[in-house]
Structure formats: structure tokens, C-alpha cells
Design a protein around this ligand. Structure first.
Ligand code: ZN
Ligand code: ZN
Length: 355
């Protein structure tokens, strides 16, 4: 049985005698399959990978450590296997499996107890190994190269969506398989919207432009935010930028293995509060990044986790002043014993563009 499956059983404990893994990210993590139709059925001794006819060839190529099975009818095949394996209580991914899926499965397996697994799985993928960190760095490098290509086109009169489209084009042609999330290009007053996905708005001279963007490389996501000024920055723009940058730097300097993630959030947050902008920083400081662009652990005042070597998280404080605009600066970092190392590489000093 592979190390990751063993780790999964260690996290879940003895409450179940079978586990159904249905989320594409966990399926990929455990067996290497990258398609969209794949389910793993695991007992402590063995495991099966089930897919449909569209993926038989791909499964043969990709799936490690499990025998791929092509089903004709998913529910009956799963039901048959569950019975054959004498599973009495089956754990499932509560945050992924739909009610409809569960109902179908219940029809096939009358006497089985289904146990939702949620918090038990939270820390499952949060510590990354060297290969995963390499893939995350490669994704970040593709993204940063792509951003460098499009900066020259950001000028007054250009629409946010044009910038996003160009950026996405480069991210895909430079090796990315997809974008990690809807690209955010938020300019002027729209930069005060923390999730202002690119719109038809034309960029104007003097606008702050926040670009939050990411790419997927071999399943792994990048996540980075840069905020620029189109033309000469005003004193207020410079001031807000400096406060956010300092908050970002304080959290990054603080973070290392053994430190609480709640305290890392406090490092950034307290600085923004001290400078008088506390109520304009209305989200957590960061989140885990991996096969999902948002995954555990979170870096917020609600965090309970301690940073561990190999955890990959974002640090992304922001200040958003309604109608005026906003600044967010985001880097993805990997926690080490002595501190943390940047995965995203784009320079975060205030950069003037569009001149
Ligand atoms: Zn982001
Ligand atoms: Zn983020």
C-alpha cells in the first residue's frame, strides 16, 4: 500500500473499514489519475480504482498502486465491490460527495453505515513533498513569465478583460494546462473589490490595477497578486501600498515551522490596524495552495494549525477603500525550518506601468 494511503488511514483512524475517495484532487494525489471520472474504494488491505470507458486507456497509463476497473454502471459496480469486500462502515468525503451520489449508493448497499469525513481529511495534503514543491514553483514561474509579457499592454483605454485574456493566453502557451481560477484584473474603483474578476471596464490613467492570477501545471496551482499604478502614484496610493507591503513582509518574516498560523495572520493584521485601516482588511491573510487553489490550512484569526515544514500557504493582506480603490499583495510561500521560501517570484515593490 502506498505511503499516502497509509497516511490517510492514520488520519481516519479505526472508525471505518472502507473509504470512498471521490474528489478529483484526492484521487489524483493517491493514485496519479488526472481525469474527471475516477473513484477510489479503499480497505486497509486493498484498493480499487473505478472509472468509465472514456478513461480506460488513460487509467492504464496513469494509475499507480491500484488495479483500474472500468464499470458499465457506476452504482451497481460500487455496490457489488463494497459487499464483496465485507465493508460494514464506509467513510466518504463529506465536502465533495453529493447527496444524489450518496442516495444512489444507499440503494445498492442496504446494511452499510455511511460516515461523513470532513475535518479528518483537512490536513491530508497540507504538507508537500519535494516533487510537489517543484511543480508549484514551475506553475508560479509560468505565471510570472506570462505577467511580464502583458505588462506592456496595460495602458489607459485597455479593458480589464483584454488584459486577462492575454495573460491567460500566455499562461496556457507557456505550459499551463488551465487557469487556476477566474483571473482578477480590477482597476480604479473596482480594485476595492477583493474578488473583482476582469470586466469590460477600461483602465484609466492613475488607476490602481490589482491582478490576482494563477495557472495549473500538472495539477498544481499557482496563486499570486500584484497591484500596479498606471502612471505616477499619488501620495495616498503610495501610503496604502506601503502599509500593505509591510503587513505582507511582517507575516512572511514571522512564518516558519512551529509558529501558529493564527499569529502569522495577526502579524499582518495588527500592522494594518495600527496604521488605521483595520476595517478595510476584510478577509483572512492566506490559505493553503496545492492540487486545489484554496485548500487547508487557512491563515486567519480562526486558524488552529501550527506551521509545519513543507506547508504551502499564501500571504495576501489587502486594504480596500470603497469607491477609491484597493491594494492586495499576495505571495505563495513554502514553510521551512528556519523561515519560509517564496514560491511566487514576481517583485512586489510598487511598480508604475502604462507610461
Ligand atoms: Zn490570489
Ligand atoms: Zn490566494
Amino acid at each position: 500500500m502506498n505511503k499516502r494511503v497509509k497516511n490517510l488511514w492514520r488520519l481516519i483512524g479505526k472508525h471505518v473499514d472502507g473509504i470512498l475517495i471521490s474528489s478529483p484532487e484526492n484521487v489524483r494525489y493517491l493514485c496519479g489519475f488526472s481525469g474527471t471520472e475516477g473513484t477510489l474504494l479503499l480497505t486497509r488491505q486493498e484498493g480499487f480504482f473505478l472509472t468509465d470507458g472514456r478513461y480506460t486507456a488513460q487509467a492504464k497509463q496513469q494509475v499507480r498502486d491500484f488495479t483500474p476497473i472500468t464499470f458499465k454502471e457506476k452504482w451497481s459496480e460500487l455496490g457489488r465491490r463494497i459487499k464483496k469486500l465485507h465493508i460494514k462502515s464506509l467513510g466518504f468525503e463529506a465536502r465533495h460527495l453529493t447527496v444524489a451520489f450518496l442516495k444512489e449508493l444507499e440503494k445498492q448497499t442496504a446494511s452499510i453505515e455511511f460516515k461523513p469525513l470532513a475535518e479528518e481529511l483537512d490536513s491530508f495534503r497540507s504538507v508537500k513533498n519535494a516533487t510537489e514543491i517543484q511543480l508549484l514553483k514551475k506553475a508560479a514561474a509560468i505565471a510570472a513569465d506570462s505577467l511580464a509579457e502583458v505588462l506592456g499592454m496595460i495602458k489607459p483605454g485597455v479593458r480589464e478583460l483584454e488584459v486577462a485574456a492575454e495573460l491567460e493566453y500566455h499562461m496556457r502557451t507557456k505550459g499551463g494546462s488551465d487557469i487556476a481560477f477566474q483571473t482578477i484584473v480590477a482597476s480604479g474603483w473596482r480594485s476595492a473589490l477583493p474578488h473583482g474578476v476582469a470586466s469590460q471596464k477600461k483602465i484609466k490613467k492613475g488607476d490602481l490595477v490589482t491582478i490576482d492570477y494563477g495557472v495549473v501545471y500538472q495539477g498544481y496551482n499557482s496563486d499570486e497578486t500584484c497591484t500596479f499604478v498606471v502612471g505616477k502614484p499619488t501620495a495616498k496610493q503610495k501610503k496604502i501600498y506601503t502599509v500593505v507591503k509591510k503587513a505582507h513582509d511582517l507575516a512572511i518574516t514571522f512564518l516558519r515551522a512551529g509558529k501558529s498560523l493564527k499569529d502569522a495572520d495577526a502579524k499582518a493584521r495588527c500592522h494594518i490596524v495600527k496604521m488605521g485601516y483595520g476595517k478595510y482588511f476584510n478577509h483572512g491573510t492566506g490559505h493553503g495552495v496545492g492540487l486545489n487553489v484554496h485548500e487547508t490550512p487557512i491563515v486567519s484569526f480562526r486558524s488552529k494549525e501550527t506551521a509545519q515544514k513543507g506547508m504551502v500557504v499564501t500571504i495576501e493582506p489587502g486594504i480596500y477603500l470603497p469607491k477609491w480603490g484597493g491594494v492586495r499583495i499576495e505571495d505563495t510561500v513554502v514553510v521551512t525550518q528556519k523561515g519560509c521560501e517564496l514560491i511566487t517570484q514576481y517583485d512586489k515593490n510598487l511598480q508604475v506601468i502604462g507610461m
